[in-house]
Design a binder for this molecule. Structure first.
Ligand SMILES: [Zn+2]
Ligand SMILES: [Zn+2]
Length: 257
């Protein structure tokens, strides 16, 4: 039996044994843990277990790293946001009835081509939606109320990816990742795989390490350091809008007059 057939058999067993709402909620909890909590904890453990290696590979100066107390505070809020999202998801499923689900269906699991196509679509949709939501959050009239909290960590650590006001967490972190594939009606396994990938990417982007080139952690690290640059995630929208260099918003030469 090939991998695709094995996966189909296992998936069919799961969705015929358990109620769809339960499968969806448990799958989300597993994805959040494997995609974010474990990788973020590993990135942070590098600091503790291999301090010299860590010192050599931090993007920003080692002396600027947050203190242990600041890191613990960051982990606490980040985990709170995780539990908040899971609780909200649980309430939505409870109201819908666990016999139903938002994403679980008996549709056959997708071919590799469909999976890759949906994945690329979701990557682009996330880049576009996150870019504009993030730029809106930087607008002076709302920045102080919501996004300022995320920018507390000028030198980020992995858990800082989800150190955010709950409103920002839903609008900027959850919806741009989950909504495009949900609206497209993609298979639940594609959506779950994409969420896991994006959560890991967010942890890596905030890890502060220079050896993470895919995704390029330097892009978002620079956003935390310099503030008005690199609003997107993969660099595409910043390249289109010219917001990929520090000082893009300052007047140049004669144009200033
Ligand atoms: Zn920002
Ligand atoms: Zn950030």
């Amino acid at each position: 039996m090939d991998f695709h057939s094995k996966l189909q058999t296992t998936w069919t067993d799961i969705i015929t044994t358990y109620r769809p709402g339960v499968v969806e909620l448990v799958a989300n909890a597993i994805v959040q843990t494997i995609g974010f909590v474990i990788p973020a904890a590993i990135y942070m453990l590098i600091d503790v277990v291999f301090p010299r290696f860590s010192q050599r590979h931090k993007i920003q100066a080692y002396r600027r790293q947050p203190t242990r107390q600041q890191i613990l505070h960051c982990v606490k809020i980040s985990l709170f946001n995780h539990l908040l999202v899971l609780a909200l998801h649980g309430v939505m499923l409870y109201m819908k009835g666990f016999e139903h689900s938002f994403i679980i269906s008996d549709a056959p699991i997708p071919s590799l081509t469909t999976f890759v196509g949906d994945f690329v679509f979701a990557l682009l949709a996330r880049e576009v939606s996150f870019y504009y939501v993030h730029r809106a959050l930087h607008h002076p009239s709302i920045y102080a109320y919501v996004h300022k909290m995320h920018h507390r960590y000028i030198t980020p650590v992995a858990f800082a990816a989800e150190y955010a006001h709950p409103v920002e967490h839903i609008l900027a972190n959850v919806l741009p990742i989950a909504l495009p594939l949900y609206l497209k009606g993609a298979h639940a396994l594609t959506l779950l795989a994409f969420v896991a990938f994006e959560l890991w990417e967010a942890a890596a982007d905030h890890s502060g390490y220079d050896f993470l080139k895919l995704p390029p952690a330097e892009l978002h690290d620079l956003h935390h350091e310099k503030f008005r640059v690199n609003y997107g995630t993969i660099g595409l929208m910043d390249w289109i809008h010219g917001t990929d260099t520090v000082g893009w918003d300052r007047p140049k030469g004669d144009k200033a007059n």
